[in-house]
Design a protein around this ligand. Structure first.
Ligand SMILES: NC(=O)c1ccc[n+]([C@@H]2O[C@H](COP(=O)([O-])OP(=O)(O)OC[C@H]3O[C@@H](n4cnc5c(N)ncnc54)[C@H](OP(=O)(O)O)[C@@H]3O)[C@@H](O)[C@H]2O)c1
Length: 258
């Protein structure tokens, strides 16, 4: 009787161990199948909605936040939360150090600001626009420089820069918001230069416009919710190939003019 009981217990423990081992193997092969995505500025707005979309699709998500204490929604998605201020070279270097040896299939430079703007040219604080460039153009460049090795080692080798039609010279028919526009045009050029420079290594650099989205950036005004925008962006991103290197699309997959 004792020996029957012991054997039954041994059988159940072995079965449970096998099940959890199988679950672990399945989880890790799911990660391997879908890959890893790193999204900057993922604690709110479009970045958070993108993190949710990629997590739902089975990707391993690394989301960055300037203040990791304010990233509860991101953490609740099961994402790894990493501190990053894209204007702070030390913060960027420390992130790269922490992620050393980890592959990143899709790097999404999403963090951005509108920053200083003025309707009257005489009231424009030109020096304040340096900060807009620092966040929107130099920030993504710092992140690309620091994490390119992680992307180059991955399967998908994809870098996405979230820009705007506000950065399109051809689409600029109504002016305003000069610093934001110029910083996004600079980001577009950074993307194009990277696309040319790293094409031989099989890397793909794409600029995406998320639509006019109801986030804090627009004080809640917009045509799309962050979820709608992110659903479109994710569909576009997961459908990209190296043939799209250096191109500019919106969240509906329409190619945009520079
Ligand atoms: N909303 C639109 O209609 C629209 C249209 C075209 C393009 N975009 C672009 O889409 C991207 C996301 O915009 P959003 O509407 O989601 O804006 P948002 O709600 O204001 O979120 C901006 C995100 O960027 C982060 N961020 C700001 N400065 C940063 C820095 N120095 N380092 C790291 N992260 C920083 C913010 O972090 P904190 O929480 O710490 O501030 C936040 O997570 C931006 O690049 C924006 O230009 C938006």
């Amino acid at each position: 009787m004792m020996s029957m009981c012991y054997r039954a217990r041994y059988f159940i423990i072995t079965l449970l161990c096998s099940c959890s081992l199988l679950a672990a193997i399945n989880a890790s092969s799911a990660d391997q199948a879908k890959g890893t995505v790193l999204i900057t500025g993922a604690n709110r707005g479009i970045g958070l909605a993108l993190a949710e979309q990629f997590a739902e699709r089975g990707y391993r998500v690394i989301g960055t936040a300037r203040n990791t204490d304010k990233a509860e929604d991101l953490r609740a998605l099961g994402a790894s939360v990493e501190q990053l201020d894209v204007t702070d070279q030390d913060s960027v270097n420390q992130l790269a150090q922490r992620l050393k040896g980890q592959t990143i299939d899709i790097l999404v430079n999403n963090a951005g600001i509108v920053g200083h703007t003025s309707k009257k040219l005489s009231d424009l604080d030109v020096n304040a626009l340096a900060h807009v460039y620092d966040v929107n153009a130099l920030g993504p460049l710092r992140v690309i420089q620091a994490l390119l090795a992680n992307v180059a080692e991955s399967e998908q080798k994809l870098v996405i820069n979230i820009s705007s039609t506000m950065g399109s010279i051809e689409r600029n028919t109504w002016g305003t918001t000069i610093g934001y526009r110029a910083s996004k045009a600079a980001l577009n050029m950074i993307n194009k230069t990277m696309a040319v420079d790293f094409a031989k290594q099989g890397l793909t650099f794409v600029v995406l416009h998320p639509g006019y989205v109801k986030t804090d950036m627009n004080a809640g005004e917009g045509q799309y919710t962050a979820e709608q925008s992110a659903a479109g962006l994710t569909k576009v991103i997961t459908g990209l190939s190296h043939e799209n290197n250096g191109m500019f699309f919106d969240h509906l997959g329409m190619q945009l003019p520079w």
